[in-house]
Design a binder for this molecule. Structure first.
Ligand code: SF4
Ligand code: SF4
Length: 177
């Protein structure tokens, strides 16, 4: 499994911080039928989220409502430095899951971390190609200030890890042209 410099207690603090915020002050799943959790309804697709390096440290696995698999980083578009395996969590009953257990990638959606060419970390609307439309992104609906601040704080911590920095940097560079 690929290595992480982020401690278990830091991941705990990150989860706690993100537990307190939501992108908007209402259940945005009512706008779209929880589209971002329901990708498995597409043919040949199963909803799942990969964990960041070391994020598995705070999961018990048993009884959490996910099927765990280990995936080779070579099969996904991870940076060169990501050598080995990552954990992938398959959601067993989307869109229902235990809120306190959602992976970081779910918690900071619909924002993504982006490093500007000057090296500044900013949050942007997720521009990943997906087979659904998120109304928050499509209509660039304003997001809760506390959510934006918390996600920025969290990603500032996360990119102190060299592998996570490489991931954010590589994704950001793809947007420069
Ligand atoms: S984040 Fe977007 S796609 Fe997901 S439930 Fe909210 S509005 Fe729908
Ligand atoms: S973990 Fe929960 S929030 Fe994330 S995609 Fe699965 S069902 Fe949706």
């Amino acid at each position: 499994m690929i290595k992480s410099t982020i401690r278990k207690r830091t991941y705990r603090a990150i989860y706690r911080l993100l537990d307190r915020v939501s992108p908007v002050d209402y259940d945005c799943g009512t706008l779209c039928g929880a589209a971002c959790c329901m990708v498995e309804s597409e043919p040949d697709m199963e909803m799942g989220i990969y964990l960041l390096p070391g994020e598995d440290k705070i999961h018990r696995r048993e009884g959490e409502g996910y099927r765990w698999t280990e995936e080779s980083t070579e099969e996904f578009e991870f940076p060169e430095s990501w050598k080995g395996k990552v954990f992938f969590l398959h959601c067993m009953n989307p869109p229902h899951c235990q809120r306190a257990l959602r992976p970081i990638q779910c918690r900071t959606f619909p924002l993504l971390p982006h490093l500007t060419e000057e090296g500044e970390l900013i949050m942007i609307y997720d521009d990943t190609e997906v087979p659904y439309a998120c109304p928050l992104i499509e209509e660039t609906l304003p997001l809760n200030d506390d959510f934006v601040k918390a996600t920025t704080t969290v990603w500032r911590h996360l990119i102190r890890d060299p592998l996570i920095y490489d991931l954010v940097k590589a994704d950001s560079e793809d947007r420069y042209e």
